[in-house]
Ligand binder design. Structure first.
Ligand SMILES: *Cc1c(COP(=O)(O)O)cnc(C)c1O
Length: 814
């Protein structure tokens, strides 16, 4: 089926699970591993480990030394990703059920999740887990189709021309849905038309495409195509189309519409008021109309839609706990994803899962809870708190996997016993079907936060890491700079992610930062740039590796190590090449070379720091720095009997000077989404979003003033909003009096008057629909921290690291 050559046949038994990530192995004997090769990782490296863990079926694109794996099957193909896709498309061809394929720029995942909610009461629906919509996500989703399913809903996302054909061949939608055309991923396409054409390829074999008539590019393209297939089902607000919608009233919590279709007219109450949700709900409504659902059923089901919290959030909890809140859905595949996220967390030894009944289509409860028991055990869960009549009944099935289960018949029942459950110093995953109302549980577990938060997008960080990994020459290692609370974005939460995704080294500025990481279970090697003699004890007992940058520090640390009777301790040598901050200078080197051979130190690396790697005008100087560095390294290599790592590059240099990557690079600001080399060529995503909320709105008249010193002068009728952030939170006071702006309902609102310690007033005159309690973005994806830093006359590094620790960090994965 996948055009493979069977190069070794050693296994027996059949295959049920596909695996592309060795860390996610669950059922070794029935797993088929695809050794994918990407710019940052080669799956073939993990074959040995997987074999040891019991995997026997492999699809590879490189010949292996098969003799070390006598009991395994090896299928050799030219391209393992293509093979995965081919297998999924063959699997797809076994089914003749309706398959809905969704694409468009925004709203794909929401529309998919909502359609699932809307259709699930009558039929067994299979859908893509979360936003599995990529070249890898789509085949893995389609592989989940099983005989009992009656309808499938899959989403397809592309970022570049030429990608959709492959996805179409796997999904083969019979019903297409096009959500809308927006600016996402514009960089991958020559024009909006080209992007639209590419996306539309998903519908090559569909019977029908459901879309919103937009009086723009979509309608133009359709008009040009004429009456060729597929057929169309268009909806619009303007009186034209197969379904026409008139918004009759917008209220505080919902929107009322009149819906007119070929055979019917009915009123629809959409439980949202924002444009995007209304549009997504109407796309779903059009689909239901097309599928022939009676109007009264459509009315009642759409009325019950709820907003998707499509991300896993990690928050600080009571009693030193960390809480992962994932109570928007409960099915096996999303449970597996949430458990993966849970197992990445190393900060607490104990892991607890609070889980409701799972209304899983098509599996007997005995089999379902059997699988859940295996999953929980595999992910090292220490205890299960089970809520619901069914899961309680099958408690023993899960207990067989050696994990203590306490069960409760209902959420109320659980809450009554909350205090006896003594949550302490553990990571808790809260996962329940919507009707169990687990919000009440997470509210009890989470710490109250003041309403200014910094949200850290872990997917964005991972994307940035991958972008830089792609720039590395083969074999170059990567050290991630997590100093200063990971450039303001967190500590162990970030380190956990980096550790999980194969970073080689971490670096912090001071010993206590390294100690905090060790306490949170980070076991990667950690370099400490500025180790103070007062902290040598903590340094050594936490296995942290200091930078030795002067002869004085060399002697002091050596004395300490000898006094402790340690035979050999790992250190890093920093060489001065032009930054003039820390490091051995040329005149120190003869003495250093004399000391080293007899030292109690194992030199792990020799490094230096570039002063102006981002600046083309300084490339001559950078070259001189690199030259000196090479010279010093050669001298040290001449006297040390073992090899060491050499590194000099920071973020900007990785991109601009690939020739000096040596053995390792030190990635800092790029990881957090800043293109330090201003290359414009990397697809970096902003990681941190700083948000606050409106405490009060005021209407002011000419002659009044705002804030201290009456510096905000009112000359025309003005509406102001007081927001909950001030200079004590790290919002620079220099941004007062119009220099800074915040984003309110997609409009820029300038600061009015001087910034106070804990509050700031902004001018929201003319911005429609703003209420007290609304969210305000201080910086983030839509308002770059670069821009805000520029207004404040500083650099993003200072802006990010200056955000006070009193601002709570929330970590999430889409
Ligand atoms: C901070 C730092 C880096 C990272 O610099 P970026 O510009 O953020 O990439 C690298 N090396 C050293 C020694 C540093 O102090």
């Amino acid at each position: 089926m996948i055009n493979a050559r069977w190069v070794q046949q050693g296994a027996t038994g059949s295959v049920a699970h596909l695996l592309i990530d060795s860390r996610k192995l669950l059922f070794p004997p029935t797993t088929l591993f695809f050794a994918l090769v990407t710019a940052s990782r080669d799956g073939h490296q993990f074959i040995g480990k997987l074999y040891q863990q019991g995997v026997r079926h492999f699809v590879v694109s490189e010949k292996q030394d098969f003799t070390s794996f006598p009991e395994a099957d090896f299928l050799l193909v030219a391209d393992t990703l293509k093979a995965l896709q081919l297998l999924a498309s063959r699997h797809r061809s076994n089914f003749s059920i309706p398959v809905i394929g969704i694409t468009g720029s925004n709203g794909k995942t929401t529309v998919k999740e909502w359609l699932h909610q809307l259709l699930e009461p009558d039929r067994q629906v299979i859908r893509s887990p979360r936003s599995y919509n990529s070249q890898i996500g789509v085949p893995l989703s389609v592989w989940l189709m099983e005989p009992q399913h009656e309808l499938a809903v899959f989403e397809a996302g592309i970022s570049r021309c030429g990608e959709m054909d492959a996805l179409e061949a796997i999904i083969r939608p019979t019903i297409g849905i096009f959500t809308n055309l927006g600016s996402a991923h514009n960089e991958g396409f020559a024009s909006m038309e080209e992007k639209l054409q590419e996306k539309w390829k998903l519908f090559a074999h569909a019977d029908i495409v459901i879309y919103k008539r937009d009086a723009g590019l979509v309608d133009e393209m359709i008009a040009r195509r004429g009456a060729i297939s597929p057929a169309l089902f268009g909806w619009s607000f303007d009186g034209d189309g197969d379904m026409v919608v008139q918004v009759s009233a917008k209220q505080e919590t919902h929107t009322l519409c009149q819906v007119l279709t070929a055979g019917d007219r009915f009123e629809l109450k959409i439980p949202f008021t924002d444009e995007a949700s209304i549009e997504n709900a109407l796309t779903c409504c059009a689909t239901l109309v097309y599928l022939g659902m009676p109007a009264d059923t459509i009315q009642s089901r759409i009325g019950q839609l709820h907003r998707m919290a499509m991300r896993l959030e990690l928050k600080e909890g009571i009693n030193q706990c960390s809480v992962i809140n994932d109570s928007y859905s409960a099915d096996l595949s999303s449970l597996a994803i949430a458990l993966d996220f849970l197992s990445q967390q190393q900060q607490h030894i104990h892991k607890t899962v609070i889980l409701s009944d799972i209304p899983e289509a098509g599996l007997s409860p005995a089999e379902l809870y059997e699988r859940i028991g295996a999953l929980l055990k595999h992910h090292g869960v220490g205890r299960l708190l089970a809520i619901g009549p069914v899961i309680s009944e099958y408690q023993q099935v899960i207990e067989k996997y050696g994990l203590p289960v306490v069960s409760f018949l209902s959420t109320e029942n659980f809450l009554q016993h909350f205090d006896e459950l003594s949550f302490q110093d553990e990571t808790i995953l809260v996962k329940g079907a919507r009707r169990f109302g687990f919000e009440a549980i997470s509210a009890q577990l989470e710490m109250q936060v003041h309403q200014t938060v910094m949200e850290i997008n872990l997917n964005a960080m991972l994307n940035n890491l991958r972008q830089y990994q792609q720039l590395l020459q083969g074999g170059t290692r990567l050290m991630a700079m997590v100093k200063a609370f990971s450039y303001g974005s967190g500590s162990f939460e970030i380190a956990n992610l980096l550790q999980f995704h194969g970073v080689d080294y971490l670096a912090v500025a001071y010993t206590d930062e390294g100690v905090a990481l060790r306490k949170a279970g980070i076991h990667l090697p950690i370099l400490v740039m500025n180790a103070d003699p007062a902290g040598f004890d903590a340094l050594v007992s936490n296995n942290l590796e200091p930078v030795i940058y002067s002869l004085r520090l060399y002697r002091r640390f050596e004395a300490f190590i000898r006094q402790e009777g340690i035979p050999l301790y790992p250190v890093h040598l920093e060489m001065e090449t032009g930054m003039n901050r820390l490091g051995f200078s040329r005149q120190d080197i003869p003495e250093l070379l004399q000391l080293l051979p007899g030292a109690v130190f194992k030199v792990q690396s020799v490094f230096s720091h570039l002063a102006a790697s981002e600046d083309p005008a300084q490339d001559g100087f950078t070259r001189e720095q690199a030259g000196r560095f090479q010279e010093y390294c050669d001298q040290i290599a001449g006297i040390l009997p073992y090899p060491f790592l050499r590194h000099i590059e920071n973020t900007a240099a990785i991109f601009r000077h690939p020739q000096w990557q040596f053995d390792m690079v030190r990635l800092g600001i790029g990881l957090y989404g800043m293109d330090a080399a201003a290359s414009g060529k990397l697809r970096l995503e902003e990681v941190s979003t700083l948000k606050t909320t409106i405490a009060q709105i005021k209407s002011l008249e000419p002659g009044e003033s705002v804030g201290y010193g009456r510096r905000g002068k009112i000359t025309e009728p003005t509406v102001t909003a007081t927001v909950r952030i001030g200079y004590a939170d790290g919002y620079p006071r220099i941004l007062g009096n119009g220099r800074g702006k915040m984003l309110v309902a997609n409009h820029l609102a300038p600061v009015i008057g001087s910034i106070c310690m804990d509050m700031t007033m902004i001018d929201i005159t003319g911005i429609p629909g703003v209420k007290e309690g609304d969210e305000v973005v201080v910086f983030g994806r839509e308002l770059s921290v670069n821009a805000v830093a520029e207004w404040a006359g500083t650099i993003p590094y200072e802006m990010l690291t200056g955000i006070s620790q009193r601002v709570k960090r929330i970590y999430y994965q889409d």
